[in-house]
Write a protein that binds this ligand. Structure first.
Ligand SMILES: Cc1cc2nc3c(=O)[nH]c(=O)nc-3n(C[C@H](O)[C@H](O)[C@H](O)COP(=O)(O)OP(=O)(O)OC[C@H]3O[C@@H](n4cnc5c(N)ncnc54)[C@H](O)[C@@H]3O)c2cc1C
Length: 390
């Protein structure tokens, strides 16, 4: 029962705003705290796959998402040098919308949804420590102020202080891959709404149009020996990105020639958190299970978590039972997704040689003669509807 319950959500990101909305729609009094001074345009493209889109629909935000982000037609794998098609997975099922969206647009839709549900958002509130207790959770803010709250949801992302409080011993490791991201002005409304992966030895680049062809979203991954910091916001020089992909097909070189405002980040692997809750604190989204971007599921898992956690808190009278139910429903699925995302990079980065030729031939033949098999391979991922499963 959530009516009148006082719930604090740490983090006004995708998972935080979604869980706040879901809880407030069920009658809770919800407050969201975020370190940022403003909810503003950060990040780049995000793919909202059908398993995330069902949550947006259940929150009453499906129409807003449809209006902001066109439905994708396909994911296409291409050879890096010639650009020819190796494999195509069509995504145009009307009952399974797959959206290519801008992170800022998704955040704005969720923010409006939260506001309409009566959620309050407090910005400029950076938390530096979380102490989970049996009757309350204590937050320490930058500057030293403290506050006790009856129930805290830690949706505070990759560098989550909530996760650190519940799982002090875990350490991520560098995967040997770095990724650049940028958006490039395109102004081509006729660009097909497809996500394309050019696969090269030790490198791949994902491109897809945003906002009806106004921008092209780019995520480019390269294998490297060393890297120091993890985070989204390290600026890099566009020449370095161009040099790394200089032997890719002309359409990629032409696109990168216009790249500016390029960010580079080191890709680290984190174990899925062992402890998802303690006392009056529960984790969700990246705070519980950061993932590599190779399956485009970070935001989708956060949306799924948000729905399941709100539902568990609504169904169960006791908070500990609700938290156990939530983790029980989510742990296996997110572990499978995180693992599948980690494996994808290896598939994209095959070195030239007989193994790569055979793998690409198998994909080509599979795509041509058994396209349904390819779609079926992802049924477990995209066909999962947390708003129906109980
Ligand atoms: C700046 C940024 C850009 C991103 N860009 C992309 C992208 O282009 N493509 C992609 O696929 N994924 C991107 N991601 C990751 C993707 O958005 C996540 O997988 C997904 O958002 C997970 O949702 P979440 O709610 O768990 O975390 P997030 O959406 O990351 O939200 C976490 C929120 O918690 C807040 N927060 C963190 N620490 C504190 C603290 N100590 N005190 C108070 N508030 C705190 C943050 O300000 C943030 O608003 C980005 C994430 C960030 C933060």
């Amino acid at each position: 029962m959530l009516i009148g319950q006082d719930i604090t959500v740490l983090g006004a990101g995708i998972g935080g705003l979604a869980v706040a909305t879901a809880l407030a729609q069920r009658g809770a009094q919800v407050r969201v705290l975020d370190q940022a001074d403003a909810i503003r345009e950060v990040g780049a493209g995000l793919q909202v796959s059908p398993n995330g889109a069902v949550v947006m629909q259940a929150l009453g935000l499906g129409a807003a998402l449809d209006a902001a982000a066109p439905q994708a037609r396909a994911v296409v794998l291409r050879d890096f040098r010639r650009g020819d098609e190796v494999f195509r997975m069509t995504l145009d099922r009307a009952d399974r919308p797959y959206h290519l969206t801008h992170r800022a647009d998704l955040i704005e839709i969720l923010r409006q949804g939260a506001q309409a549900a009566g959620v309050t958002v407090e910005l400029g509130r950076k938390v530096i420590a979380v102490e989970p207790g049996d009757a309350e959770a204590r937050l320490t803010f930058e500057g030293g102020a403290t506050e006790a709250v009856p129930l805290l949801i830690g949706a505070d992302g990759l560098h989550s202080p909530s996760r650190a409080a519940l799982n002090p011993a875990t350490r991520p490791f560098f995967t040997g891959q770095v990724a650049w991201r940028c958006t490039i002005p395109l102004d081509k409304p006729d660009t097909p709404p497809e996500a394309t992966v050019h696969m090269g030895p030790g490198r791949h680049i994902v491109t897809y149009p945003l906002r009806g062809g106004e921008l092209m979203n780019v995520v480019a991954v390269e294998e490297r020996d060393g890297w120091a910091a993890e985070g989204w916001n390290h600026k890099d020089r566009p020449e370095i990105l161009r040099a790394a992909f200089a032997d890719f097909a002309p359409e990629i070189r032409d696109l990168l020639f216009r790249a500016d405002g390029v960010y580079l980040w080191g890709l680290f692997r984190h174990p899925v958190a062992k402890h998802w809750s303690q006392g009056r604190v529960a984790l969700l989204g990246d705070a519980a299970h950061p993932t590599l971007p190779f399956l485009a599921q970070g935001a989708n898992m956060a949306l799924e978590d948000a729905w399941v956690l709100a539902d568990a808190l609504d169904q169960e009278d006791d908070i500990a039972t609700a938290f156990t139910r939530y983790a029980g429903l989510r742990r296996k699925r997110v572990a499978r997704i995180v693992e599948a995302a980690s494996r994808n990079a290896e598939n994209y980065h095959l070195r030239p040689g007989p193994y790569r030729a055979a793998a690409h031939l198998a994909l080509r033949l599979g795509g041509r003669f058994a396209p349904q098999l390819a779609a079926n391979r992802f049924e477990w991922l995209y066909g999962h509807d947390v708003t129906r499963a109980r």
